[in-house]
Ligand binder design. Sequence first.
Ligand code: AMP
Length: 306
Amino acid sequence: MALVVVGSVAYDGVETPHGAVDRMLGGAATYISLAASYFTPVKLVGVVGDDFASEDAALLASRDIELTGLERVPGGKTFFWSGVYSADMNDRTTLRTDLNVFADFNPQLPESYRSEPYLFLGNIQPALQRSVRAQMHRLRLAGGDTMNYWINDFRAELLETLKGWDFLLINDGEARLLSGQSNLRRAAAGIQAMGPRALVVKRGEYGAVLLRGGCHFMAPGYLLEEVFDPTGAGDCFAGGFMGYLAGRGVALDGAEVDFADLRRAVIYGSIMGSFCCERFGVDRFRTLTHAEIEARYQEFKSCTAF
Ligand code: AMP
């Protein structure tokens, strides 16, 4: 049972205190898919130009990520984004966003994707997220993320979209913006009333809080010795979270719902986000093994037990 992932596939230029790379594989759907692929089969939906390099497609394929839904626009250029990080890497300034073929992205799912049970909607226009969800007819679990721009300028569309989601991943500032509440618990209750019954509030290097019904669970961020490049960490969190749930066959609707599964999913999200930061771009996923993921899971256990 596969996870369908929708979002940007990009080339990124990134500068951190550890160095700079002018152009490398990036994009939210890329990071989500790579992280999720350690837990479940993944089918990617995105768009690229004919400048998309065969070695980049090969990296995704090497993780068994299906690319039938990755549209190639002849003569088009792949989405390009670049950014520079502050000295402590907690802040990022976007230098360039060239939407290119992503500007006309109108995802049409291949027939072979439509009956899959799991869907993660990366941060794209809410109406497009809704259109993708409507193309899938046997969903057990659907969710995604969003950002300030959609919350501020496309609010009505976003609220309509959220009605169809089981969970939402969002950072704490966005949760406050979306709900109009500064208290995180009240913010979560407000968002849950909009549709998503489970909410994961990401707090960057400080970890994440999972909220569902009256329960909540707090996961710390992993303490890395060195952060090389935080680009994609939030997306890898999403990939680890959703990939784990899909691999377990979890559904929020059914009798098999288990808050413990959701808690473990948040820990796997933190783990995949932390690995992502250890190298530039997607490089960590060229060598990352299941054994390393499990070792970090055990480390998480021992450093949070009391
Ligand atoms: P994250 O660090 O988790 O926020 O994700 C960074 C990734 O998001 C980069 O690889 C970018 O290519 C991608 N990205 C940046 N801006 C946008 C945008 N406006 N829409 C979609 N993806 C974007």
